[in-house]
Ligand binder design. Structure first.
Ligand code: PEP
Length: 253
């Protein structure tokens, strides 16, 4: 099963434009074979898009959530409210949120609250720079362990890890990583997950690649890189490109 997650970030500005993007996605109305697609729009659009999507196979996710289900936390969005609005997934610990001040301890609390509420967590990790000495492995390992502090072992079925090297994300990215870069890091992440959760639970956590994914390089990450799926930013806002990425995933064995 491949998981394709679209992270729309804070785009588009208007609900009508969000509906237009979803309306132009060219997926069959029935279940997609061996592939799950999750669109993560701005939070306010989740509810209307759930209504618009009806019986479509596209699921909706949030780009962020909070550490508890309810309380006096002005302006936050609780995981329980997300579930009740129809979201099935939540991205947690995206590098753009970490850059806004979210530390590993908060990321870990958000991940726990999200799975306890019934969401599947897409936990993002990734190094800022790749040094020739390979210290970035240590950095990613530390970030992964800290972001999973206290995560319940019996809930790993609802855990997904997205490897997103920061240098490969967004319009100022140096380049996408290579399938080989991903394969190497995903083995390292898997080993850490096995240490943390044991062989069977650790091995079964899907690992996605994210960072300048497009319709041309998607197949390489899925096939040569062995990725269990993709976290797609910019290209997920273009319905033709995103539909093509999903088509590539459906056709990758
Ligand atoms: C992201 O925001 O998670 C991302 C991977 O962005 P992009 O695909 O635009 O690099």
């Amino acid at each position: 099963m491949k998981l394709i997650v679209g992270n729309w970030k804070m785009y588009p500005r208007k609900l009508g434009d969000a509906k237009a993007i979803v309306g132009k996605l060219k997926f069959p109305a029935k279940k997609l074979p061996r592939t799950k697609v999750v669109v993560c729009p701005p939070t306010l659009y989740i509810l209307p898009l759930v209504a618009l999507l009806g019986r479509s196979p596209i699921l909706l996710g949030a780009q962020n959530t909070f550490t508890v289900d309810e309380g006096a936390y002005t302006g936050e969005t609780s995981p329980a409210a997300l579930v009740s609005s129809g979201a099935t997934h939540a991205i947690v610990g995206h590098s753009e949120r970490r850059a806004l001040g979210e530390d590993d301890a908060v990321v870990a609390q958000k991940a726990i609250a999200a799975v306890r509420s019934g969401l599947t967590v897409v936990l993002c990790v990734g190094e800022a720079v790749r040094d020739p000495g390979g210290a970035y492995f240590t950095e990613v390992g530390r970030e992964l362990r800290a972001s999973l502090s206290g995560f319940p072992k019996n809930m790993t079925k609802r855990l997904v890890v997205a490897y997103e090297p920061i240098w490969a994300i967004g319009s100022s990215a140096l380049r996408a990583a290579t399938p080989e870069d991903f394969r190497e890091m995903s083995i390292f992440i898997k080993r850490n997950l096995v240490d943390r959760f044991g062989k069977s639970a650790g091995f079964s956590v899907p690992i996605l690649y994210g960072g300048s994914v497009d319709e041309k390089n998607a197949g390489g990450f899925l096939k040569e890189g062995g990725a269990d799926g993709l976290l797609v930013g910019r290209a997920s806002l273009d319905p033709e490109r995103f539909s093509e990425i999903v088509r590539v995933a459906v056709n990758t064995r």
